[in-house]
Design a binder for this molecule. Structure first.
Ligand SMILES: [Zn+2]
Length: 96
């Protein structure tokens, strides 16, 4: 490919990018409205944390652990372990 062809291609790509930017700019204003609507959703979900309270001290800081002593079943030869919760305050273990 000669330099001239490359530059022509580059100009083509740049105009495409400009087009895409314009489209994104239009969509961005729509998106901001959507985010404002979903903002009052609570947003308290922290993914991996559980809502189980420790039976001993009542702490809600329960950490999920994989209990490698307990195999639930084998999936394609790989063991699937049970999960247990461990209180981060007093260390009490509980089933999840
Ligand atoms: Zn505890």
């Amino acid at each position: 490919m000669n330099k001239h062809a490359i530059l022509a291609k580059l100009a083509e790509i740049e105009s495409s990018i400009k087009e895409i930017r314009d489209i994104l700019h239009e969509e961005a204003s729509d998106e901001q409205e959507l985010q404002a609507e979903s903002a009052d959703d609570g947003g308290e979900d922290k993914g991996d944390s559980t809502r189980i309270a420790c039976p001993k001290c009542g702490s809600l800081k329960i950490i999920k652990h994989v209990d490698k002593a307990k195999v639930l079943y084998y999936h394609q030869g790989a063991p699937i372990y049970a999960k247990k919760g461990v209180c981060s305050q007093c260390g009490t273990e509980m089933p999840l």
